[in-house]
Design a protein around this ligand. Structure first.
Ligand SMILES: Cc1ncc(C[n+]2csc(CCOP(=O)(O)OP(=O)(O)O)c2C)c(N)n1
Ligand code: SF4
Ligand SMILES: [Mg+2]
Length: 373
């Protein structure tokens, strides 16, 4: 693998010694606590098998998560990990990535964790282009809390929290990531480990915020959400596999995608001719074509584009921040936090002694503003 972002060296540990590991080295001793049959298992196995490709020591890999079934992921990776607070994994991971550019930093989040409570953190991490690999497990439901609808559930979803059917229109995570200026945006599915590995490889090679939505079956609370794509014949007929530089074709070449009046459309190749079928350009700077592709399917209820929608290189926040630190040090010398805090518009607050209520051992209540004594 070429220089992985945050890896520093290429396939070697800090001493320049090649690091050869297997899935077993990536597997922690923790008991996996997902329901039998959950799609999370397949994703975990795929990631554990893939990570040795980075050629890094385990100590230089970090998995950060929020809260949810998917967010239990760091327990099962034999790497550094951080089971954070709900929706805040991108913020925690940004701090790690910016202060430790030698680490390979991965975020694992769910559709609830990343798009409800953590939506704000996710879009800003993407916009900033921090060196992070973000895996969003989309099962279109809140799994951990036993099956409430999520921001990716289809309209009309009947759950415990929406007994008459949900009313709000779901997010399209790919459109959202593209709209957030993400420089790498992809989609994969739990069951196809080979394809997911291929997407992970491209994700890992990307420098900057890299986002992949992974369709993940929650067989307890939302079973079969992706059956259309995985059923017999689903892969050729309903998965539109995007390959950079190749025509966008599916259904064994019988169907394809054209762009018309700013939109992507599915057509029969026999009707329009092969020459009119669009060639996928993931490296196109303007994200509008990738966005149009993302609108072909608002959920897995028809032919759905899979793979890398966008992969462009921009300066990363981490690198730019490091440059600013170097420039600041050259100009002003090494920093001193205490001096900084005591400089400029600062003042000392005189010590105030407050009368204590002897019974409550707390300040006496004398109206809103207890006078100091
Ligand atoms: C501050 C806060 N609010 C709400 C919750 C309850 N809660 C825990 S996980 C979760 C949703 C998880 O959904 P998702 O991210 O889709 O993960 P999944 O379990 O489906 O993998 C919620 C609402 C919480 N733990 N903390
Ligand atoms: S509730 Fe759903 S997502 Fe959570 S472990 Fe069980 S099957 Fe997986
Ligand atoms: Mg979920």
């Amino acid at each position: 693998m070429t220089d992985t972002n945050g890896s520093g060296t290429n396939g070697t540990g800090p001493n320049g010694v090649a690091v050869a590991m297997t899935k077993k080295d990536m597997t922690s001793d923790q008991e996996v606590r997902w329901c039998p049959g959950c799609g999370d298992y397949a994703i975990l196995a795929t990631v554990q098998s893939f990570m040795p490709e980075l050629g890094l020591e385990r100590e230089r890999m970090v998995f950060v998560s929020g809260i949810g079934c998917s967010s239990r992921f760091p327990y099962y990776m034999n790497t550094y990990g951080f089971h954070g607070i709900h929706g805040r994994a991108p913020a925690i991971a940004s701090g790690i990535a910016m202060t430790r550019p030698d680490l390979s930093v991965w975020v694992v989040t769910g559709d609830g964790d990343g798009l409800s409570i953590g939506g704000n953190h996710l879009i800003h991490a993407l916009r900033r282009n921090v060196n992070l690999k973000i895996l969003l497990f989309n099962n279109q439901i809140y799994g951990l809390t036993k099956g409430q609808y999520s921001p990716t559930s289809e309209v009309g979803k009947v759950t415990y929290s929406t007994p008459m059917g949900s009313l709000d229109y779901p997010f399209n995570p790919i459109s959202l990531a593209l709209g957030s200026e993400a420089t790498f945006v992809a989609r994969a599915i739990d069951q196809d480990r080979k394809y997911l590995t291929d997407v992970l490889r491209q994700l890992a090679e990307h420098k900057g915020s890299a986002f992949v939505e992974i369709y993940q079956n929650c067989n307890v609370f939302n079973d079969g959400a992706f059956d259309l794509l995985t059923q017999k014949g689903g892969r050729p007929n309903y998965q539109i596999r995007l390959v950079h530089g190749e025509k966008i074709l599916f259904a064994d070449g019988a169907k394809g995608v054209v762009f018309e009046e700013g939109s992507a459309k599915i057509v029969d190749v026999a009707d329009v001719g092969l020459e009119r079928i669009a060639v996928h350009d993931a490296h196109r700077e303007d994200p509008s074509v990738a966005f149009a592709l993302s609108r072909l399917a608002h959920g897995p209820s028809g032919p759905t584009p899979m793979g890398v929608f966008r992969s462009v290189q921009h300066d990363t926040y981490d690198d730019m921040m490091q440059s600013q630190l170097v420039a600041a040090e050259e100009k002003s010398g090494p920093g001193d936090l205490s001096n900084l805090l005591a400089s400029g518009d600062t003042w000392e607050v005189p010590e105030r002694r407050v009368a204590l209520d002897p019974e409550r051992n707390q300040p006496e209540r004398r109206g809103v503003d207890s006078p100091a004594v």
